[in-house]
Design a protein around this ligand. Sequence first.
Ligand code: FNR
Length: 342
Amino acid sequence: MTQREQRKDDHIRLALNHPEQLSDFNHIQLIHHSIPSVNQTDINLQTMISNLPLEFPLYINAMTGGSKWAGEINQKLAVISRETNIAMAVGSMHAALKNSALIPTYQVIRTINPSGTVFANIGADVPLDFAQRAIEMIDADALQIHLNAPQEVVMPEGGRDFSDWLTNIEAINEKVSVPVIAKEVGFGMSRETLQQLTSIGIEGADISGRGGTNFVYIENERRPQKDQSYLIGWGQTTPVSLLESLPFQRDIDILASGGIQTPLDAIKSLVMGAKAVGLSRAVLKEVELNGVEAAIQFIELFKAHMKDIALILGAKDIIALKQVPYILSPELESWQRQRNER
Ligand code: FNR
């Protein structure tokens, strides 16, 4: 097994044994009204990411591919996404772009779900032809470009030169035929990042915030010397990242992921302006610990409960959800005030 394949398997194993984190969703309170004035049958949460329609604003976010175990998981995730009719992303495709023997561990998702909506996934440092080959490999509907600087720094074998990420993302975005989604991996996004992304014409940003899977924790656990564990609290939580995104939501479609545990977290994200919500570790745990059938039930229930919450909020679609009033905790309010003042 190569170092890269070993790393993939370590990520899966450690994600399955990952401690729960604090996500800040309890710092947002949606205001309840007693007369919702909506019929359940009128609720339709269809959404759009750039020019890509999604039947429901939920997707399985990037995790894996690139080892035997990862291929088996992708196969199961593809069944789940097909049966629940939600989009899915594959994990970083660098492994298959460097070693063609690993291509089937990604392509399996198309074999299982030929007409589903799927996202390819690459890093911000790869050349344009890698991006194009990644899209072709799985006939992707969108391309996620992951931004994972803290993870790279914590990995001894990780990259250290981030100087051309922005120009490279711009070059890829100009040439590929599908929408590009710049994606964090659990450290959240800032206004400054979103400003940079909109300035180069990126149409989607997955703010993937702190509060769920933590790659500082995972990379530290992979080594006997856990010498950068003090960085575990690094980054913005998903709710804070959503607050940061507010001034940009007209220019770029925001996707929310990172620590989404409950249907209420997902609805709060839509209220704060996300166009769709991604789940990674929650689905991985469900499928690996309880099986494909249980994971399908988990997502079906998640979807049904999201609709129930939309119903009691009196919001029949995602545009109406965005009008729902909410109250921030003193901590989040303070974050927002300080950002507006400085
Ligand atoms: C990830 N994530 C990830 N993201 C990415 O863009 N490319 C990748 O290859 C991976 N690999 C990966 C492996 C595993 C096992 C997990 C659990 C996650 C990050 C993922 O897409 C997401 O941004 C974070 O996991 C936060 O979401 P959750 O897990 O808190 O729902």
